[in-house]
Design a protein around this ligand. Sequence first.
Ligand code: NAI
Length: 481
Amino acid sequence: MVKICCIGAGYVGGPTMAMIALKCPNIQVVVVDISKPRIAAWNSADLPIYEPGLDEVVKACRDKNLFFSTDVEKHVAEADIVFVSVNTPTKTRGLGAGKAADLTYWESAARMIADVSKSDKIVVEKSTVPVKTAEAIEKILTQNNDKGINFQILSNPEFLAEGTAIEDLAKPDRVLIGGRETPGGRKAVEALKAVYAHWVPEDRILTTNLWSAELSKLAANAFLAQRISSINAMSALCESTGANVSEVAYAVGKDSRIGPKFLNASVGFGGSCFQKDILNLVYICECNGLPEVAHYWKQVVQINDYQKTRFVKRVVSSMFNTVSGKKIAILGFAFKKDTGDTRETPAIDVCHGLLGDKALLSIYDPQVTEDQMKRDLAMNKFDWDHPQHLQPQSPTAFKQVSVVWDAYEATKDAHAVCIITEWDEFKKLDYQRIYDNMQKPAFIFDGRNVLDVEALRKIGFVVYSIGKPLDPWVKDLQVSI
Ligand code: NAI
């Protein structure tokens, strides 16, 4: 029986390994992590991450051919294929701080693999890493092992999207495997290909050289984020000109060369990957003497920051230029619907902006706990993946924040409602009831374009929806945005 071990039981390691276990009953899969609470949660009824369909997959295989363990060294030593799916956050200090990928976790995993291995292994980069990381990993593995073990390094970046991870894993657009162009490298590529071939059609399994695979992941995320920043940049122009961004996106997306996906204007993209991976790409371009290319991609992140700031400015300027002491309901905190993940969620920047203007926030999200929200609001930029840098919570900021478990409670007596995550339930709320219980004028700022603007205006709301023709009220009060 082939044995697979995955280091890192996070948003990628957990679901990807569960899918391999489900589709390959003849393979034993063990997911290991240094975090005891995370492994305990994977072994419980309450999984550590929320992902539609994940519970069923895990239940079908756990304790049969899928195991979760903190005994990292034992399972790595026994495995034929070791996936490394540890976090690769943005560096917060030192050379490349704020841009470069922090490979501390990766390097420590690689050194441990070298230490404990007693048999040949295929080591698979599952984490998103800078191009040429495989070369560094190869050196660490070979130079720290004197037992003559043969290590083959493969790059197999993950393209799943949170919220649809199980669907994406079951029917991937493509699986990408990069390896060395040597007999040993090609054999390793074939071995990993055979795992995916249990359920992925062969024409969807792409094989490339190592550097192409590593760079393709960064490029794919940069292209996806670029589409969002492009439509968001258009949304600002739509508001100034009276065009409607949804109509523009529809018309543009009908061009088969462009396509309709990923063209929804919003308060901005979030999540653990887009910003981190683009900044990493920017850093790699700079290091390779390509400042123009670096500058080009950096704009994608800058437009995203602009969009979040623009949203906050719109809220404050519409509400007579002051939100001080006013209750504002924040509906949604996760970075997108169908996940509880809050890493780099635009909610953090919007909340910080409003708290800076002394608003009182009442936040509701169906999947994010109060503890998580308060931890996020207390953190400095980029610190979320470096638990050791957590700042002590600022008591003043938290006097201004309450977290509730119901959208009606959040909006009661509020002056304004901000939709930050596109949860389906926000479309179905009784907005007449919400309006009746709010202060007047009652404002709605739809940061996801999920609400029916005309219906809300009929009820009496003053409505702002990203990139849509401005409510006369908002237009009259707008400052320079
Ligand atoms: P995560 O933070 O959820 O999980 C990483 C896990 O690795 C943590 O549980 C941590 O305790 C563990 N870990 C760190 N060092 C370890 C070590 N030495 N030994 C054992 N365990 C260790 O991160 P996530 O979201 O799963 O991301 C992992 C990688 O996959 C990142 O490089 C990310 O960029 C990439 N990725 C993430 C996607 C996503 O949607 N979250 C999608 C595609 C790629």
